[in-house]
Design a protein around this ligand. Structure first.
Ligand code: 13P
Length: 255
């Protein structure tokens, strides 16, 4: 991370975990543990039904509650989807877009990820845009090309001004939920490629100001080393974001 140039962001992605009651209990537990740790932004992205409870519990703390997805249309016949205006109406300003599980299991593509990102930005929200290569692509030696292409497709038509509200989460798919973490060097190399691609699209100033997180089995044991890399500006954490002690240790590693 390079705190002189950009904000470190440690975000939890709860995925399909935590009922409203569980979310309340978790936030109440972790709130005092992360109090005053202001060298990074702390975010938890919650399942839609648990957002309100988590927000209520987080009131007055340094914890921000976000959502795990957003649809690109404002309203209409899109069963099961939630619009940016709906999220904003309950006070949500931060949202994950393009998580690999959405791409893998629910048919989301770079095109729809781009549309969702644009809709959230148009509503004034902050987007954590998730991308990264699958195992076959890494083994084929095309990680850099895949990352560059995804960034270009996912950010197509998004202005330099809007990039102020975009955080990139580099999440190699083979490292998610597998216990296999990218080495600090692998994370650094990919994040550097992503930053170079952003520079190609928007110039150096925007690239240097963009927060790029690493995600994929980040935990209390490996966070410090990953976060020590100059192009790794935070983490997007799944499993370890469900355990207050582990998540707090990651926040501590970012201080
Ligand atoms: P894990 O930390 O469980 O590997 O999940 C990472 C992730 O997908 C965060 O979005």
């Amino acid at each position: 991370m390079n705190p002189a140039k950009r904000r470190t962001v440690i975000a939890g992605n709860w995925k399909m975990n935590f009922t409203p009651a569980e979310a309340t209990a978790f936030i109440n537990e972790i709130k005092p543990m992360v109090a005053g740790k202001d060298n990074c932004d702390i975010i938890f992205c919650a399942p839609f039904v648990s957002i309100a409870a988590a927000m209520e519990a987080a009131k007055g703390s340094n914890i921000v509650i976000g959502a795990e997805n957003v649809h690109y249309e404002a309203k209409g016949a899109y069963t099961g989807e939630i619009s940016a205006d709906m999220l904003k109406a309950i006070g949500v300003n931060t949202v994950l877009v393009g998580h690999s599980e959405r791409r893998q299991y629910f048919g989301e593509t770079d095109e729809t990820v781009n549309l969702r990102t644009k809709a959230a930005l148009a509503a004034g929200m902050r987007v954590i845009l998730c991308m990264g290569e699958v195992k076959e692509q890494r083994l084929a030696g095309i990680t850099n090309e895949v990352c560059a292409m995804q960034i270009k497709l996912d950010l197509a038509g998004i202005s330099a001004e809007d990039m102020k509200n975009v955080i990139i989460a580099y999440e190699p798919v083979w490292a998610i939920g597998t216990g296999l973490t990218a080495t600090p060097e692998q994370a650094e190399d990919a994040c550097a490629v992503i930053r170079a691609t952003i520079a190609e699209l928007y110039g150096n100033e925007v690239a240097e100001a963009t927060t790029i997180q690493y995600g994929g089995s980040m935990n209390d044991a490996n966070a410090a080393e990953l976060l020590s890399k100059p192009n790794v500006d935070g983490g997007l954490i799944g499993g370890a974001s469900l355990v207050a002690k582990k998540f707090t240790a990651i926040v501590d590693a970012a201080q």
